[in-house]
Design a protein around this ligand. Structure first.
Ligand SMILES: *[C@@H]1O[C@H](CO)[C@@H](O)[C@H](O)[C@H]1NC(C)=O
Ligand SMILES: *[C@@H]1O[C@H](CO)[C@@H](O)[C@H](O)[C@H]1NC(C)=O
Ligand SMILES: *[C@@H]1O[C@H](CO)[C@@H](O)[C@H](O)[C@H]1NC(C)=O
Ligand SMILES: *[C@@H]1O[C@H](CO)[C@@H](O)[C@H](O)[C@H]1NC(C)=O
Length: 444
């Protein structure tokens, strides 16, 4: 793999000069991002022209904005409502009871969740304020329809075992709170619905990239490693410190993320999703962008009723050679003491199998220069892995490169000056000596 110029490969955000920061508080002063809408029904069942129009909307959106909204998904609104309702019931349990469902120590410390069984759940307290009030807590669920063959080396090799284990090995993932009848059933059914929707999205993205329509589908046959993450953002009785938002600014490392949320506790309280855009052009700020001297601002993302918000993660950005933007986003804090009951978000962080090689797709057809080194899904996702095939230094650098950003768009300290070359070098594919499960080539 040849290296392109360091300027093109640079992917860090630093030294932001943020002229206008949208501060806390809904209502006046908030700008709303203009986001393309895609109809799943028209892509799946429409005429050739309707199908093409959805593909073009998706292409435009990810070239410029980094986000689309989805309508006509075919997901049963009753299922969404039921899942939100039982999740609220779960999150209203006493704290100690919820903590009971936190996994044992030694779980894989991955960025995207800790469920290892094909079916199960996991509770995680994600973010607290300085006084210990919960700002963000997660219930993660999985109920994959894939039949796992435990003798397949994909599951049994060391890397496979990091991602997958039998239900017998982790019985605590199967334990559900009897105080919340219907939680398991609703969340499992919702997972199934997301698994189905993800298949349509795999195809839509592949068509938009001009590759074989089943390219991503074929990379996700042996069990999605992703959970559905149900986030609860309670109302707030005082404003947390600057560096503690419901979700700090970041970008996703997924292929793509599909999010819907409760109507209550959503945009009304000002505590919703926002993307970082260039103030002059309105273009979404990509995780690679170098922002020195640029003026950026936060814009709120408004989800169509019953619809979804979809953004791509770093994985899709890498596969598309940066044609699809992985935009920086956050969930900001709501107006203090707003009467909204708090927001519930249902988030599907969709990935492919851990052994998919993530490398520039356009380079194979049009001679583009790759802007990223090749990597594989397992490496991208396993920041904190204890596996020897992962390089801890490198993982830490990748974690830091993702950075944490203050609510005003300023990046938290990475130490000055940031060594971009070192980060780039760290992204070269491991030559993983002695690994028994190097990734398969995605294209062979
Ligand atoms: C952003 O917030 C941090 C912490 O409050 C502050 O130090 C910094 O000066 C702010 N930057 C801008 C551009 O307002
Ligand atoms: C969970 O998944 C299994 C296997 O696909 C399926 O039989 C079951 O119906 C699912 N549960 C729900 C509530 O959808
Ligand atoms: C919000 O409510 C809390 C407790 O109900 C109260 O102590 C606090 O002063 C209120 N803050 C504002 C800004 O109204
Ligand atoms: C781990 O990665 C760092 C940063 O890329 C590199 O300097 C170091 O040599 C690597 N260590 C090993 C054992 O490969």
């Amino acid at each position: 793999m040849t290296r392109s110029s360091s300027a093109r490969a640079a992917w860090l955000l630093f030294q932001l000069s943020v002229a206008s920061a949208v501060e806390h508080g809904g209502g006046s002063g908030d700008s709303v991002a203009e986001i393309e809408q895609v109809s799943i029904a028209k892509f799946r069942d429409g005429s050739a022209a309707e199908r093409a129009a959805q593909v073009e909307a998706l292409q435009r959106a990810f070239a410029l904005q980094g986000m689309v909204t989805l309508v006509d998904t075919g997901i049963d609104q009753d299922l969404i409502d039921r899942t939100i309702r039982v999740s609220r019931d779960f999150f209203s349990l006493p704290r100690a009871r919820k903590q009971h469902f936190h996994g044992p120590e030694g779980y894989p410390p991955r960025s995207f969740g800790a469920i290892t069984s094909p079916r199960g759940k996991h509770y995680h307290l994600q973010q607290e304020d300085e006084e210990g009030n919960i700002l963000n807590e997660w219930l993660q669920v999985r109920n994959t329809s894939v039949q796992v063959d435990w003798s397949d080396p994909y599951y049994s090799c060391p890397e496979g075992q990091e991602h997958y284990s039998s239900e017998a090995k982790h019985p605590e993932q199967q334990e559900w709170p009897e105080e919340v009848p219907g939680l398991q059933e609703a969340t499992a059914a919702y997972y199934g619905a997301m698994e189905e929707l993800s298949k349509v999205m795999y195809e839509l993205f592949a068509v938009a990239l001009g590759i074989e329509p089943d390219f991503f589908l074929k990379q996700a046959l042996r069990s999605p490693i992703w959970p559905v993450t149900i986030a609860h953002y309670p109302p707030q009785t005082h404003a947390p410190a600057e560096d503690r938002a419901r979700i700090q600014p970041h970008w996703d490392r997924t292929l793509f993320s599909m999010i819907t949320s409760s109507d209550a506790g959503d945009e009304e309280s000002g505590g919703g999703l926002q993307i970082l855009v260039d103030s002059a052009t309105g273009e979404g700020v990509d995780g690679r962008a170098k922002l020195e001297g640029r003026s950026v601002e936060w814009r709120s993302v408004v989800r169509p009723k019953g619809g979804y918000v979809v953004n791509v993660g770093e994985m899709m950005s890498r596969w598309s050679n940066g044609r699809m933007k992985h935009v920086v986003h956050r969930v900001r804090n709501p107006v203090v003491n707003h009467t909204d009951p708090g927001r519930i978000s249902l988030m599907a962080y969709v990935l492919t199998d851990y052994d998919s090689v993530v490398e520039c797709l356009p380079c194979k057809t049009d001679g583009s220069e790759p802007i990223y080194e090749a990597t594989w899904v397992g490496e991208l996702m396993n920041w904190g892995s204890k596996l020897p095939i992962y390089n801890q230094t490198k993982q830490e650098m990748m974690r830091q490169a993702q950075g944490l950003y203050l609510s005003n768009g300023t990046q938290t300290s990475l130490g000055e000056p940031t060594d971009v070359k070192a980060i780039e070098a760290s992204l070269a594919l491991c030559d993983a000596s002695g690994s028994s499960c190097m990734p398969n080539s995605a294209t062979s």
